[in-house]
Unconditional design. Sequence first.
Length: 270
Amino acid sequence: EPAATGRDGDARGAGRDGIPLVHAVNVHKAFHGNEVLKGIDMDVRQGQVVCLLGPSGSGKTTFLRCINQLESIDGGRIWVDGDLMGYRDAGGRLHHLTDKQVAAQRREIGMVFQRFNLFPHMTVLANVMEAPVQVKGERKTEVKERAVQLLDRVGLAEKADAYPGQLSGGQQQRVAIARALAMQPKLMLFDEPTSALDPELVGEVLTVMRELAASGMTMIVVTHEMAFAREVADHVVFMDAGVVVEQGPPREVIGNPQHDRTRAFLSRMR
Ligand code: ADP
């Protein structure tokens, strides 16, 4: 049992015994022979916020999808909270998990997409209640109480009975965050959650994400919002062309990048 005193210099990063909640080793993924992830190593400790930065096409979304097993990996291993995700061994043999195992693991991981994908025919409250009731079989009365609290937390208590089409994009994305949180996940994945929004709506979503980070949620965030990454991330990973070019605290990776590719990317962002 390792000593729980471990500090790694990050603000909230020590976590439970310093054991990573996500432990990814040498992850490879190709689509039709096109290698998109070329050996990604990444650790995310409980309570950490990790931002994935990098140019379009560098593999950030694919990596997130691998963590959630929306994509299978061709090589390497990913553990989430100690559970090994499906993988392919050195002989090329797939080690599938059963559908039941995959479903159980996914229940623990919330994902927020660029597009909010709310159910248009359901009220906001019903959207937030849907998965805990249908997937987990929780009691409606308990779920409703939690859903109301979550809507309050994202500043949308008064929209409980509205339909998604009546909300702005920023409001819909906040509902999508509440919906993911309703499953009480141990990990939240965000895939460019503000990039489909009008600029004036970005701030309200980032505010909700900041509060979530401050509450201790473990988060992996693909984003082009440099100010958010700089202020909220404990750890920043810069990817390019399927590899991790550099990673570290934001004051290093964003404030004092060591690699030309990182510098070139950051200068385009400013
Ligand atoms: P990023 O999130 O950094 O923009 P992506 O992970 O979305 O990068 O994409 C990395 C590369 O993988 C891109 O070249 C993209 O076209 C390719 N890719 C992603 N998903 C698929 C897929 N399902 N089939 C084929 N190619 C894909």
